[in-house]
Design a protein around this ligand. Structure first.
Ligand code: SDX
Length: 431
């Protein structure tokens, strides 16, 4: 029997259908709310608002569950490569070995970056934040790969379909984004820029482009490759978070994939979102340099009059442990142990977690460590500068942004255009 919700308003009664997802989540469908009642909803930050029906990622905030196309992230981290997961998110199923080989080869085919794009890159000051550089260069990719942004004429004899265009845009971005990301790291370190080594796996190649030094043999380090594989998989998608919703709403105006992802990079940069992993390490360093007085900072975080927040804690959806934080915490211990590193900020992080999880304020507000709380400790151990941490987040999130943008485009969603309640001056004339 179809379920519905009743709204009583102005002496009239209205029924709106309830829609139910594959995991039995329910929503009131208010598509006709304004037409029938004249009302709109008011929901700052969209805390109670769904803007799409999606088949990509399922997360259950109460039970700390995260699955990509039905597979749990912990199983994917254990058994699959990041490129497997990229394919899963974008095409809906894990690839056969032939499909993966073709996908990897098509990506390798695109592993060149126009030398004029390198000139743009080199014009940025060394002090530029890499997220700003990446957002600009991703947008600049449009100019160097026009196929993605101009509609192929239906009279085009080459018969390139929209699906062909989408596939080419996908493999080009998956190929070039890691290259330009590695350039931002190498620029910070004053190293010559690197290109892809097509003999390596996708994740190994990222490590190679970031860490290989000129005139020295590059030796793969499995600890680094495995840690990167886990981190990239855990960051690959997260349903309708701030940056993914940005990618979707920009794409809903029929802006191209690269323009949409460039906007998503900007959204991810914010310290309340992907920028939190950089903010966590800066916070831990601040506490360490202030005599590791953890109680003082826990009190500051609870003090409404104090702007200090415990970065890496809290989440819009998870009101339990972020399943990614658990996996990353274990990986952090493993990486530091394998690399023989003793990082005092890890001990501070663990002490903060222990105190916060036993503090009434955090318990009552259901604030737990999120994906950003421990990830920076691993990036630091790998020798990645703090300002690069959100770039690492973006490297993982690229496939999620592509998959979500493609789903939005394929589902012919209307252009995103929220409403408002106007509360400014009523009509007045110039005196
Ligand atoms: C990511 O959405 C996603 O999926 C994002 C992400 C992804 O994979 O894409 O998971 C990645 O962005 C993780 C979050 C990283 N951000 C941080 O770690 C920054 C610190 N956290 C907060 O700023 C906050 O928790 C948010 C932004 C993450 C969530 O904010 P909400 O959902 O808007 O919740 P809120 O700000 O309304 O907080 C509810 C209460 C408030 O107190 P009251 O007004 O009810 O008294 O909890 C308090 C907040 O003051 N609170 C915190 C806190 N986070 C929330 N108090 C102290 N420290 C914190 N970190």
């Amino acid at each position: 029997m179809d379920k519905s919700a009743k709204i009583e308003y102005n002496g009239k009664s209205y029924d709106f259908p309830i829609i139910t997802g594959s995991e039995n989540e329910e929503a009131i469908d208010i598509n006709k709310l304004r037409a029938e009642t004249g009302l709109i909803t008011y929901d700052p930050g969209y805390k109670n608002t769904g803007h799409c029906i999606s088949n990509i990622t399922y997360l259950d905030g109460e039970n700390g569950i995260l699955r990509y196309r039905g597979y749990s992230v912990d199983e994917l981290c254990e058994k699959k490569s990041f490129l497997d997961v990229v394919y899963l998110l974008i095409f809906g199923d894990l690839p056969s070995s032939d499909q993966l080989t073709k996908f990897q080869n098509d990506i390798r085919e695109e592993a060149l970056v126009d030398e004029d794009l390198k000139k743009i890159f080199k014009s940025f000051p060394r002090s530029a934040h890499p997220m700003g550089v990446l957002s600009s260069l991703t947008s600049a990719l449009i100019a160097f790969n026009p196929l993605n942004e101009t509609k192929i004429s239906i009279h085009d004899k080459k018969g390139i379909t929209e699906d062909d265009k989408m596939y080419m845009s996908t493999v080009r971005l998956l190929s070039k984004f890691p290259i330009i990301s590695s350039w931002t790291l190498r620029k910070i370190k004053g190293l010559p820029l690197n290109y892809s080594n097509n003999k390596l796996s996708y994740t190994e190649n990222i490590a190679y482009m970031m860490f290989a030094l000129p005139n020295r043999e590059y030796i793969q380090n499995d600890v680094i490759t495995n840690a990167l594989n886990t981190l990239l998989i855990l960051h690959a998608d997260h349903e309708q978070n701030c940056s993914t919703s940005t990618v979707r709403i920009v794409g809903s105006s029929y802006a191209g994939l690269y323009a949409s992802i460039s906007a998503g990079i900007g959204a991810l940069w914010g310290r309340l979102h992907g920028g939190a992993n950089q903010a966590v390490i800066e916070m831990l360093e601040l506490i360490k340099n202030d005599g590791s007085d953890i109680d003082k900072y826990i009190s500051k975080a609870k003090d409404k009059s104090d702007p200090f927040r415990l970065m890496g804690f809290g989440h819009r959806v998870y009101k339990n442990f972020d399943p990614r934080a658990k996996i990353i915490k274990k990986a952090a211990d493993q990486v530091l142990n394998d690399l023989g590193i003793n990082d005092p900020v890890l001990d501070i992080a663990k002490s903060i977690e222990e105190k916060a999880l036993n503090d009434e304020y955090f318990i009552e507000k259901k604030l737990y460590p999120n994906v950003d709380f421990y990830s920076g400790i691993i990036y630091r151990a790998l020798g990645i500068p703090t300002e690069m941490f959100t770039v690492m987040f973006a490297l993982g999130r690229i496939p999620g942004w592509i998959a979500q943008w493609k789903e939005m485009r394929d589902s012919n969603n209307p252009i995103g255009r929220p409403r408002q309640i106007y509360n400014g001056p009523t009509h007045r004339t110039i005196s």
